[in-house]
Design a binder for this molecule. Structure first.
Ligand code: ANZ
Ligand code: ZN
Length: 857
């Protein structure tokens, strides 16, 4: 008898499947489609457990759906542009392309070791010209639609290396990763995508995503951050117009001053001569600060008066115009009406600079007074001193004051109801080499000119030096930069910025349906056929940006006539983290590597002798608790690793690594191996079962088989309860092991069912055993099992017979018997006849499904 040896069978089947193309995407369209997608990885060089979990989950789904008769698209690719490759070039002198492709090769091999059923013929690599040619094409679609534009924005500037840094290259103290210099802020002309044009749709269409976790929808909603209110138009004494955005137009009668952002374009005009000096100084100071500092709630308010006044449109009062850094140019209109009685920031500002405070909302249970209040009153109440609004209730529930104020503004031509979004336009330009070149040329007479389609892709030049100093490597390549203008032919210059890598990943799922197309970004017929993705699986860390950008791209390409759907991802599963035990010194907060600990059952710090606490945390190098998937695969094989991961926790929950449970799954697969091998030796077993002729044991086993089918099928519906499905597999295997009818055809049915149900989870062992049973076709091409309802009927149940409340025994009765029938069965039973003989029945109590009690006398 043979032993279960995963090393032998797994590689064999991986090669066979690859050679036979058994995971290739079918192109017939008579079957329903299913698009199963994992978020593609960054090719960092090594697969970690988080990847293994993510891809195993999607693989099981893909395999089950294939067996269930869907045509399945299950592709894989590489999110291959980005900073680490360029850092490797600077640190180690290896070209980013070389580093990236080496990593891709290594990680592809690791993925193949896991038995993941990808259609490798559709692999996409975002740094490859045959892919980024279309990223550039899409960029130009945005450009033509007016959705890509340039404006000045702040970048991180390293004054020593004279280079722009990505946020990830700046540490928490604001220093450069390389030179250690304090990073400065500099304004550069940069590219943006106008995602704000789609803010409302991105918000509204969240309603369509009922297959997404509520938490993720909420995160997107908050990120978009819609506020409703009004735009109110103020005039200055000198006749300038300053619109403000407010969520509380009802408090307009309490506006006692205005505040402009220091960057507001009217500041210069409004500043009087006597204020000029301090205004200029204040603006310089504000420019050096970042947004987070400027808007921190606990910061003391600062600001200066411009010397000018505006007129409050509701009562013609003169109110002073200030500038302050807590007002941001990037939100609303960059100017506010300040209502110190009801807005805390304005209150602090008014207190500090002695500006008037006017109460216009009175709470119903007390009276507040401008002179004595110590904080703004932002809650509900009744409007006062507010002309037409007097007496109107304000507040979230029944309040009507905001609507009334908007009506008044619109009727009097002083403003209008409007909404504002926190969402900003997407800054996509990077002053780096390893990214997709932005395909435009700057001409002094024609302006910004798109590179003509026939000249795409704009290739990344390869002969580049990586020093980490000076302008981006591309900006140093004069030969590459200088080109004739595509429109007028005069000398012009290429754009040297590359795109944010989030762009490359905002459309890759649209490419898989037609990944090798070299004439088009994709054939819309193919992409529309496969999209939307039926099940997307990935990490919660992408809950906001990647998903929002992908949704945005989908809508823009739809509006360009390429797509016929609104949302790219029908269902989303965000898998939990993979955690493992880490040893932490509670006093120092430091982690200790297990290899440094003498006794793991009683861990102490080798440096201090203090006891260590065991905590489960996300696997990471810094906590010394990472487990290399390669080690687990080497020791137990891919099937065990997959089974453990699926069994240990529901997919969206965190998973705690546990060697004993890994071992447990390995033992389970060994049991399956023995069970099937032993059965295979009994060649005489017939193939078909005659249901009517089954004996009691056979009926029991058939019940167990079909119960498992029913439960596992249900677990694999939309909720994906893989952990309970694996438990059911284990129960079925036990039932088979304990069965006494091992030569019955029912037993064969059980063994084959077990293998088919196991196939999506542990694809190699299932295939091997399937074929050892004499089948010549792949188990992965078998139809999924369907539960037989007749097998699930428990046909007889025990009925307790009582006489005067005393149990005298049980009889077997048909499970579906009615109350009347139960009484008849009981009366006629030998048991009852014996005890009732000679007496009269006064009363019969029937408890359906349980007992019949005779009262006799
Ligand atoms: C007057 C007022 C009275 C306000 C009141 C609030 C309470 P959200 O909800 O975040 O949208 N604001 C508007 N533009 C701003 C900017 N560029 N920088 C800083 N603050 C700005 O907040 C909208 C409120 O934030 C607006 O409503 C405005 O203050 C302020 F009792 O206007 B409010
Ligand atoms: Zn030109």
């Amino acid at each position: 008898e043979s032993r279960y040896n995963p090393a032998e069978i797994e590689e064999k089947w991986q090669q066979t499947w690859l050679a036979e193309g058994s995971d290739r995407t079918p192109d017939n369209t008579d079957k329903p489609k299913f698009y199963a997608l994992s978020m593609f990885p960054y090719p960092s060089g090594n697969l970690h457990m988080g990847h293994v979990r993510n891809y195993t989950i999607t693989d099981v789904i893909a395999r089950v759906r294939r067996m269930q008769g869907y045509r399945v698209l299950h592709p894989m690719g590489w999110d291959a542009f980005g900073l680490p490759a360029e850092n490797a070039a600077i640190d180690r002198g290896i070209h980013p392309a070389k580093w990236t492709y080496q990593n891709v090769a290594q990680m592809r091999a690791q993925l193949q070791r896991l038995g993941l059923s990808y259609d490798w013929e559709r692999e996409v690599t975002t740094c490859s010209p045959d892919y980024y040619r279309w990223t550039q094409w899409i960029f130009l679609e945005f450009f033509k639609a007016g959705l890509a534009y340039q404006k000045e924005a702040a970048v991180n500037w390293d004054p020593i290396d004279q280079t722009v840094l990505a946020n990830e290259q700046v540490d928490s103290e604001g220093r450069s990763w390389r030179s250690g210099a304090m990073v400065e802020r500099r304004l550069l002309k940069q590219w943006f995508l106008k995602i704000t044009d789609y803010a409302e749709q991105l918000l509204q269409d969240l309603d369509q995503l009922d297959g997404w976790p509520e938490r993720v929808r909420l995160m997107q909603e908050n990120w978009i951050g819609k506020s409703t209110g009004a735009e109110v138009v103020f005039q200055t004494e000198t006749g300038e117009t300053i619109p403000v955005f407010t969520t509380r137009p009802d408090t307009l009668w309490g506006a006692t001053f205005m505040v402009l952002s220091p960057e507001h374009p009217l500041v210069e005009k409004l500043t009087t001569e006597s204020q000029a000096e301090i205004v200029t100084a204040y603006r310089t100071e504000a420019a050096a600060k970042n947004e987070i500092d400027r808007t921190a709630d606990d910061r003391e308010k600062t600001g200066v008066w411009t010397g000018s006044y505006a007129i409050n449109p509701v009562n013609d009062e003169k109110i002073p115009i200030w500038i302050a850094d807590y007002v941001l140019m990037g939100y609303g209109t960059g100017a506010i009406m300040a209502v110190p009685a009801h807005d805390q920031r304005d209150f602090e500002f008014a207190k500090k600079f002695n500006l008037p405070i006017k109460v216009v909302v009175q709470p119903t249970n007390e009276t507040i007074d401008a002179d004595t209040m110590t904080a703004a009153y932002p809650h509900e109440g009744v409007m006062v001193h507010s002309g037409p609004l007097d007496g109107v209730m304000t507040g979230k529930g029944s309040g009507q004051s905001v609507e009334a104020a908007v009506q008044w503004l619109e009727a009097n031509g002083k403003g209008k109801g409007t909404a504002n979004y926190r969402l900003r336009d997407w800054l996509i330009s990077r002053q780096r080499y390893w990214g997709c070149p932005i395909p435009v040329v700057h001409c002094s007479s024609c302006g910004t000119v798109p590179v003509p389609d026939a000249e795409l892709p704009v290739l990344l030049p390869e002969n580049v030096e990586f020093t980490g100093r000076g302008p981006s490597p591309l900006a140093q390549l004069e030969d590459w930069i200088n080109v004739p203008c595509p429109t007028c032919g005069t000398p012009a210059r290429r754009e040297t910025d590359t795109m944010d890598t989030f762009i490359c990943s905002s459309w890759y799922f649209l490419r898989y349906p037609d990944a090798r197309n070299d004439q088009q970004v994709f054939d819309p017929a193919k992409t529309n056929d496969w999209m939307p993705v039926d099940q997307y699986v990935g990490g919660i860390e992408h809950a906001i940006l990647h998903l929002l950008y992908s949704r945005f791209f989908t809508k823009v390409l739809r509006d360009r006539g390429l797509l016929n759907f609104d949302e790219p991802f029908k269902r989303l599963l965000t898998q939990g983290m993979v955690q493992a035990a880490a040893y932490k010194n509670p006093n120092t907060g430091k982690y200790v590597a297990p290899s440094q600990i003498a006794d793991l059952s009683n861990p102490t710090d080798p440096a201090t002798g203090e006891p260590l606490t065991v905590v489960f945390e996300k696997m990471s190098k810094s906590k010394y608790n990472g487990i290399d998937p390669g080690d687990v695969l080497g020791k137990y094989g891919a099937d065990t690793a997959r089974m453990f991961i699926l069994f240990k926790a529901p997919p969206e929950k965190d998973l705690e690594w546990d060697d004993a449970d890994v071992e447990g799954q390995f033992r389970f697969l060994n049991r399956v191996w023995r069970l099937v091998c032993e059965f295979g030796d009994r060649a005489s077993v017939q193939k078909t079962a005659e249901a009517q002729a089954l004996n009691h044991d056979e009926k029991d086993l058939r019940y167990a088989i079909h119960y498992a089918i029913e439960q596992i099928t249900e677990d694999l519906e939309e909720e994906y309860q893989f952990n309970t499905a694996v438990s059911e597999l284990m129960k079925l295997s036990n039932a088979l092991n304990d069965a006494t009818c091992k030569t019955s055809p029912v037993y064969r049915e059980g063994i084959e069912t077990l293998l088919k149900l196991l196939a999506p989870f542990a694809p190699h062992i299932a295939e091997e055993l399937w074929q050892r049973l004499g089948h010549t076709d792949s188990i992965h091409h078998q139809p999924w099992c369907v539960p037989d309802p007749t097998a699930l009927v428990v046909d007889e149940i025990p009925l307790v017979i009582q006489i005067m409340g005393k149990t005298r025994g049980t009889i077997q009765v048909p499970a579906q018997a009615s109350q009347q029938e139960l009484e008849t069965y009981a009366r006629e039973s030998e048991l009852a006849q014996r005890y009732i003989a000679g007496k009269t029945i006064k009363k019969v109590i029937v408890v359906p499904g349980k007992l019949v009690n005779f009262v006799v006398g």
